[in-house]
Design a protein around this ligand. Structure first.
Ligand code: SF4
Length: 233
């Protein structure tokens, strides 16, 4: 697998202490992406690991997985390396290692991964497809279909919303979406806009006014609380 970077973090991308692999390549081009170098399929700084290398590394790290930790695959978009990701997840489960992925939800075979993923994180950026295409250069249709299927089939799902002023702060769009689904096994986390990755953009950074005011954040969270289980970031 092409890995842009890897390292341990605690409780950010799944429970406990986790070995997190950022896989190279993404099919979205979110205009606020904090890892723009992860978008292209090939990048001179990424390293290739075989499935067995990752599984062996995870097995050697077992003592580090305290607090219910394990291995997380994020990106870029980890599902672009679908077959290797599927094989790796299967082998990690065989080795009794806790697994997590964070995905933009756009892979048509996403559900095939689900049984090998203990902690599933899906980003929902914008329910309105026209606005989604404008800011990510990709339709959200498959993502929303996968969200529906995952809500029906999983006992755990974390939906993350990166909240960006003038892009997706219309809470009613999310309320319409969530109200149409069974969200009883789903937690929702709001990640307010930041600019940690802005300096890495080579092309023009097009988000000019992305920070969300305290008032707008409160209004958004108050509205969502009425229909979903919101967790604190
Ligand atoms: S889906 Fe994630 S990695 Fe891909 S462009 Fe958007 S923010 Fe960046």
């Amino acid at each position: 697998m092409k890995v842009l970077q890897k390292g341990f973090n605690y409780s950010q991308d799944g429970p406990g202490n986790r070995l997190v692999y950022h896989l190279q390549g993404c099919n979205f081009r979110c205009k606020w992406c904090s890892n723009p170098e992860s978008m292209k399929a090939d990048y001179e700084k990424c390293r290739i690991y075989s499935v067995d290398e990752i599984v062996n590394e995870a097995e050697r790290s077992k003592m580090m997985f305290f607090g219910g930790g394990g291995v997380t695959f994020t990106g870029g978009e980890p599902t672009l390396q679908f077959e290797e990701l599927l094989q790796t997840l299967k082998k990690l489960k065989e080795a009794d290692i806790h697994t997590a992925i964070e995905t933009n939800g756009s892979h048509p075979r996403l559900l095939e991964l689900s049984e090998y993923v203990d902690f599933f994180i899906m980003d929902i950026k914008q329910p309105n497809d026209e606005i989604h295409k404008k800011y990510t250069e990709h339709s959200n249709k498959t993502t929303l279909k996968n969200l529906e299927l995952l809500t029906k089939s999983r006992k755990q799902l974390l939906v993350r919303i990166p909240l960006i002023n003038n892009v997706n702060t219309d809470a009613d769009e999310f309320i319409r979406l969530f109200s149409s689904l069974d969200m009883s096994n789903v937690n929702v986390e709001i990640l307010p806009y930041h600019e940690y990755g802005k300096c890495k953009w080579v092309e023009e950074y097009e988000i000019k006014d992305g920070f969300v005011s305290e008032e707008k954040l409160k209004e958004f969270t108050d509205k969502l609380k009425a229909v979903v289980n919101l967790i604190k970031t």
